[in-house]
Design a binder for this molecule. Structure first.
Ligand SMILES: Nc1ncnc2c1ncn2[C@@H]1O[C@H](COP(=O)(O)OP(=O)(O)OP(=O)(O)O)[C@@H](O)[C@H]1O
Length: 354
């Protein structure tokens, strides 16, 4: 996997047109936009100067509250609507100019699949396949069968699509996107409206597809979804890019440069635990009820053990507590969530309309 874009000192990644440290070289980007902008009537910008850099091979989450401009961006990327300003490249080619060359390499699922309810799942796929001028009709049956198999719909292939659950319809839409091998999959809110089981199935499928080397760009307003499935993310609010980078780097932006997370120790011996942790270099130590929390030292910081040694790992910290007679009932670290990132960078709660 190419090197992820690194956040800058303010925690925000450099724009796509900068040579930014850690930013994937242009050839390694599945999607790249510069200043991409869309104004609908009324003058308000639905998308405002967007600089995106999606590394090839990533599972890239495009995250933001409803109405922040995700679908509008995707529609511009796919050449479905014209940008008001700015540029977009998909698989290295300018869009929409190179649409005919690029789009056969891209599987897209935007705003739910358009299915005929009176046709079976299999016949819906045959119809999609027949609409592809590059698809050989002689091998259609095999292609459709493989795609159904891939999304776990082989057994239900003969059922009318109107009898499918929402999750099955989404999977059928994905199967349509997978009839041909694709370099890039673009999925707009693929789990929207699904029950938890349906969501899990789609996420598992996304992971499988990415494991085969396909870049997956998926939009979502669900923070935990992005955290669970994505390697990288861009965070949008009100049409603007707030930040982008690896999911781990984004978490680190709100944890400070040390980015190690907070340690939590649950113990009846809170005062002793706090003292030992401070001696070991843990800062910001706080006691709340039977919990002692603190910020872990940087990995390269000197960390003195009680015997003058230098415990470096969490396990060593735990051992030192036990050695000092602290009865440890719980021990662990917490990383910042993407929700923390969003709130810290925008000053807003996540559940706002864009
Ligand atoms: N065809 C249109 N004409 C006018 N305004 C539009 C149009 N499509 C979208 N908008 C507006 O542009 C903004 C961005 O909408 P968009 O659908 O891109 O957001 P989104 O992040 O995909 O949200 P959602 O998840 O709710 O679809 C919203 O304020 C929306 O009302």
């Amino acid at each position: 996997m190419p090197a992820p874009p690194a956040p800058g000192p303010d925690g925000v990644c450099p724009p796509a047109d900068g040579p930014g440290p850690g930013r994937p070289p242009a050839g390694d980007r599945a999607i790249e936009t510069r200043g991409l902008t869309k104004a609908y009537g009324g003058g308000r910008l639905a998308v405002d100067g967007l600089d995106l850099a999606v590394p090839r091979g990533s599972i890239f989450g495009f995250l933001g509250p409803n109405g922040c401009g995700k679908t509008t961006t995707i529609r511009m990327l796919m050449g479905l609507i014209q940008a008001t300003a700015g540029h977009a490249r998909v698989l290295g080619q300018p869009m929409p100019a190179a649409g005919r060359r690029v789009l056969p390499e891209v599987g897209a699922l935007i705003e739910g699949p358009a299915l005929y309810g009176f046709l079976s799942g299999r016949d819906n796929l045959r119809r999609f396949d027949a609409a592809d001028p590059g698809a050989d009709p002689r091998t259609r049956g095999a292609r459709v069968g493989r795609a159904l198999e891939r999304v776990g719909l082989a057994a239900a292939a003969g059922k009318k699509a109107r009898a499918y659950s929402l999750g099955m319809k989404q999977r059928l839409g994905l199967a349509a996107a997978l009839l041909q091998p694709r370099e890039l999959l673009v999925l707009d809110e693929p789990t929207n409206g699904l029950d938890p089981q349906g969501m899990r199935e789609i996420r598992a499928l996304v992971r499988e597809l990415a494991a085969d080397g396909t870049t997956v760009f998926l939009s979502s307003h669900l923070l935990d979804e992005i955290e669970q499935v994505c390697t990288h993310a861009a965070v949008m609010a009100r049409g603007r890019l707030i930040t982008q980078g690896t999911v781990a780097d984004l978490s680190a932006t709100v944890l400070g440069p040390r980015g190690n997370g907070r340690l939590t120790v649950t113990t009846p011996d809170t005062a002793d635990a706090a003292r030992v942790l401070k001696e070991l270099g843990v800062s910001g130590v706080e006691i709340t009820d039977d919990r002692v929390t603190g910020e872990l030292p940087a990995p390269d910081a000197p960390m003195g053990g009680p015997d003058g040694g230098a415990p470096r790992e969490l396990a060593d910290l735990n051992a030192a507590l036990v050695h000092a007679g602290v009865r440890v009932r719980g021990f662990g670290t917490e990383r910042a969530s993407l929700e923390d990132v969003f709130v810290s960078l925008t000053g807003e709660g996540f559940d706002v309309a864009g």
